[in-house]
Design a protein around this ligand. Structure first.
Ligand code: ZN
Ligand code: FE
Ligand code: FE
Ligand code: FE
Length: 160
């Protein structure tokens, strides 16, 4: 990679791969979740994630590049951890607390990525791409805040 354009494209591919993994993981997490609010939050974020993938695809189109992902080891690790929690939790409220923790790790990864990508899009003068990335960043922040709210309301207290 020789310049910011190439680094931007590389990171777009990374996050596209991540979103495609997340959209597959969320329905499994929704099925496992005990608390109805948590189940609903995962289902809702799955729908949002589909829209986020479409925004990324639009940016690839603006760049005249094929929307091809590139393996992201970070998201693979985070999703593997979520699977571990789903297998190992012996109590439903412990399971929900663990699912929330895993999901928040994913949201924070995404917030870091979209924050960086948005800044780079601004530096590269890509105003439309910047606006799309900002929209997704806001959704990730909201998803994270909702998970905190659900955790405070129930799973953490009961698990304790
Ligand atoms: Zn890479
Ligand atoms: Fe996302
Ligand atoms: Fe990555
Ligand atoms: Fe997300």
């Amino acid at each position: 990679m020789r310049d910011l354009n190439e680094l931007f494209l590389h990171t777009l591919k990374d996050v596209l791969y991540a979103e495609r993994q997340i959209v597959k993981a969320l329905p499994k997490m929704a099925r496992k979740a005990e608390t109805p609010e948590l189940k609903q939050a995962f289902e809702h974020h799955k729908e949002e994630t589909q829209g986020q993938i479409e925004r990324l695809e639009q940016i690839f189109e603006m760049l005249g590049k094929a929307p091809r992902g590139e393996t992201c080891e970070a998201i693979q690790g985070l999703i593997d951890e979520a699977k571990e929690v789903m297998e190992d939790a012996d109590d439903p409220m412990v399971l929900d607390a663990g699912l929330i923790a895993s999901a928040q790790a994913v949201e924070h990864y995404e917030m870091a990525r979209y924050g960086t990508l948005k800044t780079w899009a601004d530096q590269l003068g890509m105003r439309e791409a910047s606006a799309l990335l900002q929209q997704t960043l806001e959704e990730e922040k909201k998803a994270d805040a909702l998970l905190s709210k659900i955790a405070m309301a129930k799973p953490n207290r009961k698990a304790a």
